[in-house]
Design a protein around this ligand. Structure first.
Ligand code: NIG
Ligand code: FE
Length: 404
């Protein structure tokens, strides 16, 4: 076990509050001890007690916190390339969902897959993320839609953490779509599957947070609220797929239940941003879904800025709306499509993504006490992470998991 490591010769983007959000330190050094960051600062002021430790000179490379993908659905079977083709031939995402395709076609493929198959498929996506410096990945259920299959998805997700050096955060998303066996009986689905399944999964310790899809093609605010009440009774935080395709006032519902985040938000009314901001929830933007669905309605980014809403960026990796396993591509898309700045994009996959997962005290910045999870980049400036499209400038990835 490598207990101590001093990193020198690095340009640090610590992502702490400072003069700029990057928190840049030009000639930086970081001291890691027992899997945590023990000290960070200017290389000229390394405390004498650390100076003699095993040292690695990073040759002037850029160092950021390990990146965080705070919204994915990356455990699933099959793919939906045919639906992609149908959409390009004129069908809408809603049309396809309405005829048994969409989420339900992935539900069929996921139910039919073995645990081993789901793991193998998910590992490819996890490896893509790791190759871009991602150290924390949130994964949702939502393609099982029976109690057993939803729980199985979360077990598979947790298993990934034992196979790769990443932290996995699991989210219960049974309220994702109404499965065929409950057609026309969404309320019964909530009462018989989504809520009791949540209670069972939580009892097994498999749930870190509870999500839902509040939309015409999914669940109403009232139905989601019942799931939120069950979550709160279990002491679990909530979040919501809100305002992706229409304004359902879902973000305000998430805010009312002290949600960690509301995600998508293209159709969020600017007038609702102030109330949303007051809750302290993070706005998670998913530019991959916007891109793949050819969406044109933009999320209210300037209103988020004016009202001090923290913005996170995630891949939304899923087979329908966002078959994207590249966090750097998501950052680039957030910049080009949503006019998010590269600085906001990097904050969105570090400090603010940690907040969206309730992990603000352990991940997302380079500061004493935080996890020793760092990404080392062949880059001169953090804006490069949002700038290149394709290829990963990752030089290496330092993780306390590999340090054990
Ligand atoms: O975040 N919006 C709902 N859920 C996913 C899409 C899931 C799917 O199409 O399979 C999303 O975009
Ligand atoms: Fe999603």
């Amino acid at each position: 076990m490598k207990q101590d490591l001093l990193l020198t010769g690095c340009k640090l983007a610590a992502m702490q509050q400072g003069e700029c959000a990057y928190g840049l330190i030009g000639n930086g050094a970081v001291f890691l001890r027992a899997g945590r960051i023990a000290w960070v600062g200017d290389a000229d002021s390394i405390p004498a007690e650390y100076a003699g430790s095993e040292t690695e000179n990073l040759g002037g490379r850029l160092v950021t916190p390990a990146l965080i993908d705070c919204h994915t659905h990356l455990v699933f079977g099959g793919n939906r390339a045919k639906e992609f083709e149908m959409r390009l031939n004129g069908a809408s995402y809603e049309d396809i969902a309405g005829t048994g395709g969409g989420i339900i076609s992935t539900v069929k493929a996921t139910r039919a897959a073995t645990d081993g198959e789901l793991i193998e498929l998910a590992l490819k996506r996890i490896d893509d993320l790791i190759s871009e410096g991602v150290g924390v990945v949130e994964i949702k259920s939502g393609y099982g839609l029976t109690i057993d299959d939803e729980i199985r998805m979360l077990r598979v997700a947790r298993r990934l953490e034992t196979l790769r050096p990443v932290k996995i955060v699991t989210t219960w998303l049974a309220a994702h779509a109404v499965p065929p066996e409950y057609t026309g009986r969404a309320d019964a689905y909530i009462d018989e599957i989504a809520i009791p399944g949540l209670q069972q999964a939580a009892a097994e310790g498999l749930v870190d947070a509870v999500d839902g899809f509040c939309e015409n093609i999914a669940f109403s605010r009232d139905q989601i609220e019942r799931v939120f009440i069950a979550a709160k009774a279990l002491g679990l935080p909530v979040k919501l797929h809100a305002e992706q395709l229409s304004d359902q006032k879902g973000a305000l519902l998430a805010a009312r239940y002290s949600g960690l985040s509301a995600d998508h938000l293209e159709y969020l009314d600017e007038k609702d941003v102030e109330a949303f901001a007051a809750s302290g929830a993070v706005a998670v933007l998913l530019p991959g879904a916007f891109y793949m669905l050819g969406e044109t309605k933009l999320p209210p980014v300037s209103a988020f800025r004016t009202n001090g809403v923290d913005i996170a960026i995630a891949t939304d990796c899923n087979p329908g709306s966002s078959p994207i396993s590249s966090i750097l591509t998501a950052m680039n898309m957030a910049c080009t499509q949503f006019a998010v700045t590269p600085e906001e994009a990097l904050l969105g996959v570090t400090r603010h993504a940690a907040k969206a997962l309730g992990l603000s005290d352990q991940y997302g910045i380079i500061a004493p006490g935080y996890m020793a999870e760092l990404a080392i980049w062949d880059a001169d400036h953090p804006a490069e992470l949002s700038y290149w499209v394709g290829g990963s400038p990752l030089h290496k990835y330092i993780t306390r998991r590999a340090m054990k």
